[in-house]
Design a binder for this molecule. Structure first.
Ligand code: ZN
Length: 190
């Protein structure tokens, strides 16, 4: 429990201390950050999260700018590869539950609570910035040749065009095909 609080404080923003106006603050998350989340898809990475904020009497408008690199595992071979990540998110932290910010993501916070815990937001935003389909460009990562072969892909991850053009392929000798049919029949009779 003590560890949890310590962890949360690392990624907390002291809102009460912020004066009205513009502010900027940056947080950096690394491997230890991801280790804190159970069953995290990401185990390694380094992401810089810059908060561009504007505080008003009624709310705090926060833009989260994420930039960094995380290690993902390739959908094809399961090996790790580096994924460059860059995204932008925005949340309005409103101090008054009666305020309406239509069209924005809003979270209502107690204006007297000194700290805003942001670890969960950071984690969610990083995961949102990760592609569903984890098939990296061949410049970034190359799957082992045996995996590519199994999937019928060339070294650049492109599908091998073994069906077309058909003329280049060895045509199946009709006599051979007939023979094979005969053999299959006799096999099934046994
Ligand atoms: Zn791969």
């Amino acid at each position: 429990m003590e560890m949890d609080r310590k962890f949360a404080r690392q990624y907390a923003l002291n809102v009460a201390r912020l004066k009205p106006g513009k502010h900027e603050e940056a947080f950096e998350v690394g491997d230890d950050f991801f280790a804190h989340f159970e069953n995290s898809l990401i185990e390694e990475g380094s992401v810089l999260i810059t908060l561009k904020m504007e505080k008003y009497g009624t709310h705090l408008d926060v833009c989260f700018l994420l930039k960094g690199e995380v290690t993902l595992s390739c959908d094809r071979c399961g090996n790790p590869y580096p994924h460059t990540l860059q995204s932008e998110e925005r949340i309005i932290y409103a101090f008054d539950p009666d305020l309406n910010f239509e069209g924005y993501e809003v979270m209502y916070v107690d204006p007297d609570a000194p700290e805003l815990q942001l670890a969960q937001e950071f984690y969610d935003f990083i995961n949102l910035a990760v592609p569903m389909r984890k098939v990296p460009d061949y410049e970034v990562h190359t799957c082992p040749p045996e995996v590519l072969e199994l999937l019928g892909l060339d070294a650049e991850g492109q599908e091998l065009e073994d069906e077309s053009p058909a003329d280049d392929d060895e045509p199946i000798d009709p006599r051979w095909a007939a023979l094979k049919k005969l053999k299959d029949q006799s096999d099934s009779e046994e």
